[in-house]
Design a protein around this ligand. Structure first.
Ligand code: ADP
Length: 263
C-alpha cells in the first residue's frame, strides 16, 4: 500500500545535517546527508534534497521533527526533540533487541540505554574532543587521509602504536612525532582507534554494559572504530548502513507517533 502519511525528521548536527522522510511511520522514502551542520546552509539543503528525492513538497509532510545539536535554530519544526531520545528511537527501529546504544558524532559521544523502545538513561562526553568525531577528523588531516579511509588503513595494521595523550592537541603532537619516525601509518591509525575505543568503553561502563549493543552516528561508519570498541568491551556491536541517519530516523518516527496520539 502506498504511504499516505509522510513525516520528516531533521537532525541538525554539529558538523552534518541529516534528513529522512518516512511513510506511515515505517517505510523510509528518502534521506539526505549534507556535510554542513548547524548555522550553515546544511539543514535547508538536507531538507530540500530529501523532499526532492521523494518527489514531495513541504505541504505533503504531516509533521516535521527537528533534533540534534542545532535543533532549536531550525525554523518550521512541528516538534523539537533531543538527539538522545531520537537516537534511542532510531536505534530501536534498526535493532529492536538493542539495550545499549553508542552514538559518536562530530563533537560528542553518548552511551544510551533503551527501555521499552525509548531513552532510558545516558552518559555523555560533550566537554572534550577526545573520543569524538572531531578527534578522528583532526588525526585524519594530520595523516593526509579522509575519515572514510581510516577503516581500511586500520584493517592493514600489523600492530597497534599506542597513543598515550588523552588530550586531542597533545595526541596530535604525538602522532606528528610518530610520523617523523617513519612508522607505518596503518599501525598509527590502529592506535588512534584504540584510544577512541578506550574512552568510549569507559562511557559505556559508567552507564552499565548491557548487551546487545548497537552503534549510531557518523563515526559508526568507521569499521576500525567499531572493531576496536567491540574488542575493548568484549561484546559484538551492531551497525546499520543508516547509522548516521539514526537521529533523523528517530525524529521522523517520533513525529508519526505524535500524529497518532502515541506516547
Ligand atoms: P554531528 O551530528 O555532530 O554532526 P555525525 O553523527 O553526523 O555528527 O557524525 C559526524 C562525524 O562522522 C564526523 O566528525 C566524522 O568523523 C564521521 N564520519 C563522517 N563520514 C564518515 C565516513 N564515511 N567514515 C568514517 N567516519 C565518518
Amino acid at each position: 500500500m502506498a504511504a499516505d502519511i509522510f513525516t520528516l525528521g531533521i537532525d541538525v548536527g554539529s558538523t552534518t545535517s541529516k534528513c529522512l522522510i518516512l511513510g506511515n511511520g515505517e517505510e523510509i522514502i528518502s534521506s539526505a546527508i549534507i556535510p554542513a551542520g548547524t548555522g550553515t546552509s546544511g539543514p535547508g539543503r538536507a531538507l530540500e534534497a530529501a523532499l526532492s528525492e521523494a518527489m514531495l513538497s513541504r505541504q505533503d509532510i504531516a509533521a516535521v521533527t527537528a533534533t540534534g545539536y542545532g535543533r532549536n535554530s531550525f525554523e518550521g519544526a512541528d516538534y523539537i526533540v533531543s538527539e538522545l531520545s531520537c537516537h534511542a528511537i532510531g536505534a530501536h527501529a534498526m535493532f529492536p533487541d538493542a539495550k545499549t546504544v553508542i552514538d559518536i558524532g562530530g563533537q560528542d559521544a553518548k552511551a544510551i540505554s533503551i527501555e521499552n523502545g525509548k531513552l532510558g538513561s545516558f552518559v555523555m562526553n560533550d566537554k572534550c574532543a577526545a573520543g569524538t568525531g572531531r578527534f578522528l577528523d583532526v588525526m585524519a588531516r594530520v595523516l593526509e587521509l579522509d575519515v572514510s579511509e581510516l577503516a581500511e588503513k586500520d584493517a592493514m595494521a600489523g600492530r597497534v602504536i599506542p597513543i598515550s595523550s588523552t588530550c586531542t592537541v597533545f595526541a596530535e603532537s604525538e602522532v606528528i612525532s610518530q610520523l617523523s619516525k617513519n612508522v607505518d601509518i596503518c599501525d598509527l591509525v590502529a592506535g588512534i582507534h584504540a584510544s577512541v575505543a578506550v574512552r568510549t568503553a569507559s562511557l559505556v561502563r559508567r552507564l552499565g554494559l548491557t548487551p546487545p549493543l548497537a552503534m549510531t552516528g557518523g563515526v559508526a561508519q568507521n569499521a576500525g572504530i567499531v572493531r576496536a570498541l567491540s574488542k575493548e568491551l568484549g561484546e559484538e556491536i551492531s551497525v546499520s548502513p543508516l547509522c548516521q541517519l539514526a537521529g533523523a530516523y528517530g525524529a521522523a518516527i517520533h513525529g508519526f507517533n505524535k500524529l497518532k496520539g502515541r506516547k
